[in-house]
Design a protein around this ligand. Structure first.
Ligand SMILES: *[C@@H]1O[C@H](CO)[C@@H](O)[C@H](O)[C@H]1NC(C)=O
Ligand SMILES: *[C@@H]1O[C@H](CO)[C@@H](O)[C@H](O)[C@H]1NC(C)=O
Ligand SMILES: *[C@@H]1O[C@H](CO)[C@@H](O)[C@H](O)[C@H]1NC(C)=O
Ligand SMILES: *[C@@H]1O[C@H](CO)[C@@H](O)[C@H](O)[C@H]1NC(C)=O
Ligand SMILES: *[C@@H]1O[C@H](CO)[C@@H](O)[C@H](O)[C@H]1NC(C)=O
Ligand SMILES: *[C@@H]1O[C@H](CO)[C@@H](O)[C@H](O)[C@H]1NC(C)=O
Ligand SMILES: *[C@@H]1O[C@H](CO)[C@@H](O)[C@H](O)[C@H]1NC(C)=O
Length: 424
């Protein structure tokens, strides 16, 4: 019966095909976990996507690199999962976080209300753990969903979430704390202790990647963007020890020095001063004297280029008439602001071009996208998301360094160019 033989051959071929698929897939080494980053215009902040619970739900969480732990809106009606476990107060994980404490609960037992559990402060929330999921990646596209058995988070009884981005169910804490997402994912997956953040400048998704390995975008094809980054040390603030500070040594506008009191650029013993990064601040905030100094120098340099000031538009203090100004691939040809950072002498420079320094108010009128942070803010400079958009940042927690690309536009690419081929 030839038809039976034919069928058997077909079935064998099919089996071979199916066996071949996962074999091929696993040949690509998974070196990272990735997830899209999206901009929310209502809250002017960013969200990342993560799967959680059993059965799995896909959550949007606000990205916050200053927050020490992930927290999720979690009351008994909303939180349903067969894999939720409270974190015991004597556990290593609980003890690893200096602000944790032991708590009891007198309400009906459930997620967020158990006895002898670890709690995180302000206000006190139970620390729980549950299964989570992100996308695996070989560094050039997203692959199959990767499940992580246990990720700790604060089960937060917060009803009003209107301060969060639309649809967000909590916050993804991304600081250098032991409870933050990066540390937990590194412990679970044994990847190198690095995470890369590429905030999109538009409505298309950027990328967040946990782990080392290459990071290749759709274009320019085959180029590992993570290997060409400029590196500067991450500095520990003695008081705000899990926040990411970098050492700005001086600021220049087209090579012209911006006079700044050097003391303001250092972190003092009370944890004041210095330069930190924030994903919840949109426009970089500068202590008043630094702000005035930058606006003064920028205005003078612009004037020499025939770019004149026009009436200011809040919250900005310096706006310019860009009619007649040429266009480059990093925006209108305005003066470049250089942050000269700690590192290898004159080479460690974060260059801020028009795409990251000017905010268009109306046709031909743009404002300097920095704001006055007040006379005595905690950090003298808070670098905000507008200045980090389409700049690939890699936080290396093992070596305490920050890698940055400056504008990816210079490399003919953008944060929206990661090849997401799968989703949660
Ligand atoms: C929690 O449950 C309430 C009532 O079912 C619902 O209106 C609300 O959107 C839920 N919140 C979240 C974050 O899922
Ligand atoms: C915790 O312990 C107290 C005292 O033993 C008890 O009253 C309370 O119901 C317990 N809470 C839970 C959630 O089991
Ligand atoms: C995106 O990744 C998929 C799967 O790896 C690949 O087949 C496809 O060619 C990639 N797309 C681009 C534009 O590189
Ligand atoms: C400084 O330069 C040296 C030699 O060029 C290099 O080995 C080192 O990694 C650089 N350090 C940083 C922080 O970029
Ligand atoms: C600015 O304008 C003046 C007068 O129109 C002109 O002479 C000068 O060359 C211009 N400078 C630049 C840098 O364009
Ligand atoms: C900007 O400059 C152009 C040309 O000099 C002028 O026509 C226009 O009115 C100016 N715009 C503003 C808002 O001042
Ligand atoms: C980071 O540290 C590891 C060992 O701790 C070292 O092998 C590696 O070269 C360092 N990487 C950079 C970029 O300095």
């Amino acid at each position: 019966m030839p038809s039976l033989i034919l069928r058997l051959v077909l079935i064998a071929a099919l089996i071979l095909c199916f066996c071949q698929l996962p074999a091929n897939a696993s040949r690509k080494r998974q070196t990272a976990l990735v997830t899209p980053i999206n901009y929310d215009s209502r809250s002017t902040s960013y969200t990342m996507e993560i799967g959680q619970r059993a059965p799995m739900r896909v959550l949007q969480l606000m990205l916050d690199i200053e927050q020490d732990y992930m927290w999720v809106s979690c009351d008994k009606r909303n939180y349903s999962s067969s894999t939720y476990r409270p974190v015991a107060c004597g556990s290593t994980l609980c003890k690893s976080y200096e602000h944790s404490r032991c708590t009891n609960c007198y309400g009906p037992r459930g997620p967020g209300c158990n006895n002898h559990t670890c709690a995180v402060p302000n206000p006190s929330f139970e620390l729980g753990q549950d299964t989570a999921a992100l996308l695996s990646s070989d560094g050039s596209s997203s692959g199959p969903v990767a499940r992580i058995r246990r990720i700790a988070f604060a089960c937060a009884a917060i009803g009003n979430l209107s301060f969060l981005p639309r649809k967000a169910a909590g916050v993804a804490g991304m600081s250098s704390s032991t409870l933050a997402l990066p540390a937990q994912l590194f412990a679970a997956e044994h990847f190198s202790r690095k995470f890369a953040m590429c905030l999109p400048g538009g409505q298309e998704a950027g990328v967040l990647s946990f782990g080392g390995g290459p990071l290749v975008f759709v274009s320019p094809a085959g180029v590992d963007l993570s290997s060409g980054l400029i590196r500067t040390p991450l500095i520990k603030n003695p008081v705000h020890s899990s926040a990411f500070y970098i050492g700005v040594q001086r600021v220049e506008v087209n090579g012209v020095h911006v006079p700044i009191d050097a003391d303001k650029l250092r972190i003092d013993t009370k944890g004041r001063g210095g330069t930190k990064l924030s994903t919840v601040v949109q426009y970089t905030q500068l202590a008043t004297p630094i702000y005035n100094s930058l606006v003064g120098v920028f205005t003078n340099v612009a004037k020499k280029m025939n770019i004149s000031r026009v009436a200011s538009v809040a919250p900005f203090g310096a706006c310019f008439n860009l009619s007649g100004v040429a266009f480059t691939h990093v925006g209108p040809a305005v003066p470049t602001i250089n942050l000269v950072l700690q590192g290898n002498g004159s080479t460690t420079v974060w260059s801020i071009f028009a795409v990251n320094s000017m905010v268009e108010i109306k046709s031909k009128v743009s404002c300097l996208g920095f704001v006055d942070g007040g006379l005595d803010p905690t950090a003298s400079i808070v670098i905000g998301t507008y200045q980090m958009q389409d700049n690939l940042l890699q936080f290396d927690l093992a070596n305490s360094t920050l890698g940055f690309s400056s504008s990816l536009y210079l490399k003919q690419t953008a944060c929206s160019n990661f090849n997401f081929t799968t989703s949660l």
